[in-house]
Design a protein around this ligand. Structure first.
Ligand SMILES: Cc1cc2nc3c(=O)[nH]c(=O)nc-3n(C[C@H](O)[C@H](O)[C@H](O)COP(=O)(O)OP(=O)(O)OC[C@H]3O[C@@H](n4cnc5c(N)ncnc54)[C@H](O)[C@@H]3O)c2cc1C
Length: 627
């Protein structure tokens, strides 16, 4: 057996080379650990490269009122108080240093126009102040380029186009990982003292999504199968603005930066409808008339005046994603959508063609080249698209270690930071803040522990499982199962959920699991995408079940989780998080107490008027919602 696979040994193995994985690997390597980095795609092509609008950090370069405390409060309010408060605090406190560090490592952020050479920041939904450092609308590309440059010079060994199929354990603790090279199909064993999962999100479980092909939820399933707990799996984010037309580009994301640069949402009557949807938590913070919103746009966006010097409030198009998605969905459902079941996003009538091309170059090209739509002339047709997973592997906020000793997680596959809804820009900062912490603590764990033993006989069983699609001759192809899974998830646990649909979803998932046992792959292990999808489906079905079970358990509506049969926040669930884990081969769902922000800190923030007690009571289900 040992002749048939390649074998590598590391102190720290990082699985995933997006922003989180690269940052983690840099840190582990800097701590003197022999570090390996594995990724499904080529280095530099991870999903992070698609990030557009920016990275959120309270740098205060354009507004001196900004602070980590304000960023922290915005994140909690945006997440509807379902965040792990300590993760949100660490993130807000450390994000500015991580952004400055990126700059030191060579990231060329856009600069302010005041001649002071500061990093420019832009508006994004749910952030009180301009807070997103950016590189046009190609921020993810710059982040990856910078981290990759730094990483390859740090002695990290990279294994590209390699998929991890299983984690390995020595007793309770992690011992490494086993997988295959996508090109040759050749198996590979990685022995490691600690392992970091940074495998990104789950978007490919849904038919309409903005994610790259890699986002099949592998890390969630690998961790679950290794005995780790998953948390907050009911919270899936549907970004308000995905392309709806033409069908070939359905789901592709339109950055929130379009609205940050003045874009407005209109229904088929030409009405700017967002004014009707300002929820209590945002009342007083956003303009409630078009005249006020337009004056703010003119003063702040067009003329570049400082926000604190203008009396108007920001337009409601800049509210958080959950609120905006729900408003768009309601307009479409009530018959005020476009002919392709979307809503108009109009920047053409607000900015000059030159401004649009300069500020939003990727958006301009995306529409022009892929859809033959000139966004400097006509509005875009958009609708919500599955975009981000707030839930994931449950980790300790200080170390990022999961409930399995030696197994760490960072980035989109970990849970806690964003609560029930992520604010735009808070993912890229999450990656570098918690990527660094995961790398640091995985290295410390590796130094403190001896080399674990790998039971090589268990690899025979894994090989059997991996080869099963070749033995199921004449069975169903993996792509039809994938398409059905996406439909089941959209119907059962999509943007709107209810108990009967979730129950049906669970039945459908059981049927899909049975079908997976018979899925077959043609040919052999040499670059064989049909086989790859068959193996990914195991993970996707586990993640789909976890989302559906968690969504069934949370009998309230909060952030990205909307139950039409349980509208509004519930007191019973406000301080609970839903945890999913394996128990005797079955998926168990339990409610745990969600750690609460210390009273002393809460009172300080209330005294500073950063948190409002009446809003907190509403979010905690302790006071009725008033609109
Ligand atoms: C279009 C778009 C625009 C966005 N814009 C922004 C923005 O402006 N600001 C912001 O904050 N966020 C933005 N986001 C969200 C953000 O980009 C992601 O949340 C973030 O990049 C996730 O990074 P990650 O490091 O966790 O994982 P990823 O970048 O998804 O990387 C995952 C890595 O894991 C690897 N991997 C997965 N499974 C396996 C396996 N089984 N074996 C081996 N390797 C594996 C992949 O190959 C990849 O290298 C945007 C998202 C999209 C889709």
């Amino acid at each position: 057996m040992s002749d048939s696979y390649q074998s590598f040994e590391y102190d720290v193995l990082v699985i995933g080379a997006g922003g989180a994985g690269l940052r983690a690997a840099i840190e582990a390597s800097a701590a003197g650990c022999k570090t390996g980095l594995v990724c499904k795609s080529l280095l530099g092509k991870a999903h992070t490269v698609m990030a557009e609008g920016g990275i959120a950090a309270a740098l205060g370069t354009l507004d001196s009122r900004d602070s980590w405390r304000q960023h922290f409060c915005d994140t909690l309010i945006g997440g509807n108080f379902a965040n792990h408060w300590r993760m949100a605090q660490i993130h807000a406190q450390q994000a500015p240093d991580r952004v400055r560090e990126l700059e030191k490592w060579g990231a060329v952020f856009d600069r302010t126009s005041d001649g002071k050479g500061n990093i420019n920041v832009r508006h994004f939904g749910g952030h009180t102040y301009k807070r997103l450092a950016h590189v046009g609308d190609r921020t993810g590309l710059e982040l990856i380029r910078t981290l990759q440059d730094k990483g390859v010079h740090s002695g990290i060994e990279v294994h590209m186009e390699c998929t991890i199929f299983s984690l390995l354990k020595d007793g309770d603790r992690i011992a490494g990982a086993y997988g295959y090279f996508r090109e040759t199909g050749r198996p590979v064993l990685f022995k490691a003292k600690s392992v970091i999962l940074s495998t990104g999100g789950i978007g490919k479980l849904y038919r309409v999504n903005s994610n790259s092909w890699e986002c099949t939820g592998d890390g969630f399933a690998l961790a679950y199968l290794a005995g780790a707990e998953l948390a907050d799996m009911e919270y899936v984010q549907f970004h308000p603005t995905g392309m709806v037309w033409p069908p070939s580009v359905r789901g592709l994301l339109i950055t929130e930066g379009v609205r940050g640069e003045g874009g407005v949402l209109k229904n088929n009557k030409g009405e700017r409808f967002m004014f009707k949807y300002i929820p209590p938590k945002y009342q007083g913070k956003y303009a409630d008339t078009e005249a006020e919103a337009n004056a703010w746009f003119q003063n702040v966006v067009v003329e570049g005046q400082k926000e604190e010097t203008v009396k108007e409030r920001k337009p409601p198009e800049l509210m958080s994603r959950d609120v905006t998605s729900r408003a768009i969905w309601t307009e479409i459902k009530e018959g005020r959508g476009t002919e392709h079941s979307g809503i108009y996003l109009d920047i053409a009538s607000r900015r000059t063609p030159e401004d649009i091309k300069r500020k939003l170059p990727s958006m301009y090209h995306q529409f022009k080249q892929l859809a033959d739509v000139d966004i400097t002339k006509v509005p875009m047709e958009i609708a919500p698209t599955c975009h981000y997973m707030m839930g994931g592997i449950k980790v300790d906020p200080e170390t990022q270690m999961s409930t399995v000793p030696g197994l760490f997680a960072a980035g989109e596959c970990s849970a806690g930071m964003h609560g029930s809804n992520r604010l735009g820009g808070n993912s890229l900062s999450d990656l570098v803040v918690f990527g660094k912490l995961a790398g640091e603590h995985a290295a410390a764990f590796a130094k403190a522990h001896s080399t674990p033993k790998v039971d090589e006989s268990s690899l025979i069983q894994m090989e059997k499982e991996m080869n099963r699609p070749f033995e199921n001759q004449g069975g169903e192809v993996s792509y039809s199962l994938l398409a059905d899974l996406q439909t089941v998830m959209e119907r059962g646990a999509g943007m709107y959920r209810e108990e009967a649909l979730l129950d049906q979803g669970l039945k459908d998932l059981t049927a899909l699991r049975d079908r997976l046992k018979k899925v077959s792959a043609e040919g052999n292990r040499l670059f064989n995408p049909g086989w790859h999808v068959a193996l990914d489906l195991r993970n996707m079905l586990i993640v789909g079940e976890a989302i559906t079970r968690a969504a069934r358990e949370r009998k309230e509506s909060r952030g990205g989780h909307t139950r039409t049969d349980c509208p509004g926040y519930s007191k019973d669930f406000a301080k609970k998080r839903i945890v999913v884990r394996q128990n005797n081969g079955s998926m168990e769902v339990v409610q745990e107490d969600l750690p609460q922000i210390p009273l002393e800190l809460e009172n300080e923030l209330i005294q500073e008027h950063l948190l409002k007690p009446e809003i907190m009571k509403q979010l905690r289900g302790e006071a009725p919602m008033v609109s």
